[in-house]
Design a protein around this ligand. Structure first.
Ligand code: SPV
Ligand code: MG
Length: 426
């Protein structure tokens, strides 16, 4: 049987007793990465959870299980019996169950299911654990931890409580693995768009912080904040302290100055790049202002966007790291990813440690696996919820105007039941 919990209750003990009564029991403790990808970030590490499991009466062996799927466990150990609660007959784990039944049947193995016990106290503790994960100190440090754990992480855009919940709760099971986004990106473009304003640092920091707060109230995932240019250095130091206090994990600031326009305009509009000297001073001031060890300041390089060339981009990257930047974001608006790949390759020749961030809005054919193999660490999906959500609203508005009633719009609408379940009661 496998075990993911960091809080053992009577239901687990009964399940272990049941399993042990059938033979020599091996417990597969799910790795941190697996637990984080289908449930929540574990409060206790896999190592700790393995020690606990090994000490329980009836447990003969403990192994680390690094997939939701039982495929490799079955191939390696050929268990006579796999034991599980009957709760996986429906929902997310259903395909995993079907795979277990199929693989066991190949050699006459058996699946034994016992009633899953709902434990109110455990549910309360689980809610408490989630609440702890949402607290500033717990949330802030988690980006670095997940980065260390996975090597490559993904962040999805959120600009409101509801989009935050979508990023928090969307889970996909594919090929025996579960996938969730690791973090949220509070995009200046999407935050501004949601307010009907252009992306020119017009939405002020107080309002941007309000958006962070709305999202933080209903989620637990770490947050990467789009800090635009960071503003004046004298202002940026306050922004850093405020973001840290709120529990944000990383701010990304771009090396532009004056009236900032969205990068995807490129050279079609007038945009000024900051000098290396000024931007380094801004990064260094931000690092000096920072109070915790976990908060990260990422320097975003606009040289490719502004067609200043690869050498300029690389010179800036090394200078910004020297000034204290914890990560480098390289941006491009070309569909062809070659210039991004070249940058990463040349950067990695001299710096193998500093995390590299990309925003593949234009070069969107590249897969996460390819980014990983080329040395990228954070992939940000910067605006897809905004760009899919608003056209749907425009279509609904037009449909009602054209038909002078709402019936024709019904098929486009989420059911009332679904919208209610999207928002948890607690
Ligand atoms: C944003 O999402 O606001 C960004 C990324 O800064 S981009 O729009 O590509 O410039
Ligand atoms: Mg932006």
């Amino acid at each position: 049987m496998s075990l993911s919990t960091d809080v053992i209750h009577g239901g687990h003990i009964r399940m272990i007793e049941n399993a042990a009564s059938l033979g020599e029991l091996t417990v597969g403790v799910l790795s941190d990465q697996v637990v984080a990808s289908y449930k929540r970030y574990p409060l206790l590490s896999c190592k700790e959870r393995m020690i606990i499991a090994a000490s329980l009466k009836g447990v003969a062996h403990v192994i680390e299980q690094d997939e939701m799927s039982y495929r490799s466990v079955i191939k390696t150990y050929h268990p006579d019996i796999i034991v599980h609660g009957d709760d996986w007959r429906t929902g997310l784990q259903q395909p995993i169950r079907e795979e277990v039944i199929r693989l066991l049947s190949e050699y006459g193995g058996e699946l034994k299911e016992f009633p899953y016990s709902v434990n109110e106290e455990y549910d309360k503790m689980e809610a408490h654990a989630r609440m702890q994960l949402s607290m500033p100190d717990m949330r802030r440090g988690r980006l670095k931890k997940i980065l260390g754990m996975k090597g490559l992480i993904t962040a999805m855009e959120a600009h409101s409580g509801i989009t935050g919940l979508i990023v928090e709760n969307t889970t996909v099971v594919q090929d025996g693995k579960t996938y969730q986004f690791d973090a949220m990106w509070i995009s200046s473009l999407c935050d501004s768009t949601a307010k009907g304003k252009p992306d020119i640092e017009l939405v002020d920091m107080t309002s941007r912080f309000r958006t962070i707060d709305d999202i933080m109230e209903v989620t637990t995932k770490p947050i990467i904040f789009d800090g635009d240019t960071g503003g004046l250095t004298e202002h940026f130091v306050y922004t850093v302290k405020s973001l840290e206090r709120m529990g944000v994990s990383m701010v990304i600031i771009e090396d532009k100055t004056g009236l900032k326009k969205n990068s995807l305009f490129g050279t079609e509009v007038k945009q000024n790049q900051d000098s290396i000297e000024n931007f380094c001073a801004k990064i260094a001031a931000g690092k000096r202002a920072q109070k915790t060890r976990d908060f990260m300041i990422c320097a975003r390089i606009e040289s490719l966007i502004l067609e200043k060339g690869m050498d300029d981009a690389l010179t800036r990257a090394f200078a910004f790291v020297k000034a204290g930047a914890d990560a480098i974001m390289i941006h491009s608006r070309k569909k062809d990813p070659t210039e991004i790949f070249t940058f990463v390759e040349k950067f990695r020749e001299k710096d193998t440690l500093t995390p590299v961030v990309v925003v593949p809005t234009s070069f969107n054919t590249v897969t996460e696996d390819e980014f990983r193999s080329r040395g990228v660490n954070i992939v940000i999906y910067a605006n897809q919820l905004t760009r899919t959500g608003f056209p749907a609203m425009q279509k609904a508005a037009r449909t009602i105007l054209e038909n002078h009633r709402a019936k024709e719009c019904d098929d486009m609408c989420m059911s009332i039941k679904d919208i209610i379940t999207l928002i948890p009661n607690d």
